[in-house]
Design a protein around this ligand. Structure first.
Ligand code: ZN
Length: 377
């Protein structure tokens, strides 16, 4: 059994300086984005999507609150509410907190608050996601997104426990429960501990502290307090439970399909602190996998998160550009010998994730490098 990587005492993770690969990527994508008409059309698409997912959320919530619905209609509306919340997270929250929602800084900042509206602090998210996950992608001990111990072993560096033999069955249920952590202890845990994985975080101050508590109050109001004024507590609890489960399952599976698959690399902290370490852009491409790039419905709903290679390279570019940027990235990767991988369908990405979970639950993979497979596409 391998030992858990040391936390704060682990070697300093670093990347090789930027090379010709990243320079060419940046130049080609900048050339693509130099077309003003193209940029304006992508921005209009973004605002239309935002309005659509917000109306979807508001309609689901209002029907649950005020329409005389039967129990099965309430069940379907709860699922719809959960999917609409995930749509808000994918299409508005994620981009806004990366600073890529709008060229207007004020609008961008306002939209960051959508994270607090969903029940998790945007202040904590920017450290956890933008800094920790986007910098230390797939490095055990440094990327908190792959740390779900003791329940899940997602990377070869993590210690194996006997329950992991069954993780490819039970994790799908646990994925649906993670939003409860968001809604209760998640933010407070990181702030009290003062770090996310190895990255320090301190309590918000001034306006950010007001935003933190205002966000908690707004979320509790629409999700629990107002519904309890009109409906029995137990029906509110059931609707909240279903919506929260659907939201969490949709988010967790989408993010797992980008990084926790057979094709993704999982470099260790030791490797990333030695002479063999890779450059940042190569690291981002080789620890990430795209899926279903030609599925227009998924490309619309997932807010570009099925194009995570492009997102990891250009997180400050609005996601409505990713389908057009992907062929450019693929071509530059091929020229520089960087492994660009994409599953053609959602189904094949799901199957690869399930196989990876099964592989990580086996004793023979503890402490030994796991060979990767090439994805289709
Ligand atoms: Zn991101």
């Amino acid at each position: 059994m391998s030992a858990r990587p040391e936390r704060l005492a682990s070697p300093r993770i670093d990347f090789q300086g930027g090379g010709a690969f990243y320079d060419e990527l940046k130049a080609r994508v900048a050339q693509h984005l130099a077309d003003g008409g193209r940029v304006r059309r992508a921005q209009v698409r973004m605002y239309l999507k935002s309005a659509t997912v917000f109306i979807w959320f508001a309609a689901s919530w209002a029907l649950l609150m005020f329409a005389p619905v039967t129990w099965w209609q309430a069940g379907l509306l709860s699922v719809s509410l959960g999917l609409a919340l995930a749509g808000l997270a994918f299409n508005i929250t994620h981009d806004a907190n990366h600073g890529s929602y709008s060229p207007s800084r004020r609008l961008n900042r306002a939209m960051c608050f959508s994270m607090d509206f969903l029940g998790a602090s945007s202040y904590v998210w920017r450290t956890k996601h933008n800094v920790v996950h986007h910098t230390y992608t797939n490095i055990a001990g440094a990327d908190s997104d792959i740390d779900s111990m003791p329940f899940a072993r997602l990377a070869p560096e993590q210690p194996l426990r006997s329950m992991h033999r069954f993780q490819h069955f039970y994790l799908w249920v646990l994925y649906g429960l993670f939003a409860i952590k968001w809604h209760t202890t998640g933010d407070f845990g990181y702030l009290i501990e003062g770090r996310v994985a190895e990255t320090p975080i301190r309590w918000p101050r001034g306006g950010q502290l007001i935003g933190f508590w205002a966000g908690k109050a707004v979320f509790l109001s629409w999700a629990l307090v107002i519904p309890i004024l009109f409906h029995p507590f137990w029906t509110v609890a059931v609707v909240f439970g279903i919506a929260s489960f659907v939201l969490a399952l949709t988010l967790a599976v989408t993010f797992q399909l980008a990084h926790c698959l057979e094709e993704a690399e999982f470099p260790s902290a030791q490797e990333m602190s030695g002479a063999e370490r890779t450059e940042w852009a190569r690291h981002q491409v080789e620890t990430t996998v795209d899926f279903a790039p030609r599925n227009p419905l998924l490309a619309w709903y997932l807010g570009g998160l099925n194009f995570q290679i492009e997102h990891h390279l250009f997180s400050r570019v609005c996601h409505t550009h990713y389908p057009a940027v992907a062929p450019i990235v693929r071509e530059v990767c091929a020229r520089h010998g960087v492994r660009y991988q994409a599953h053609r369908t959602l189904r094949s990405a799901l199957a690869s994730h399930a196989r990876w979970l099964r592989q990580m639950g086996r004793r023979e993979t503890a402490g030994v490098p796991v060979p990767t497979r090439a994805a289709s596409g």
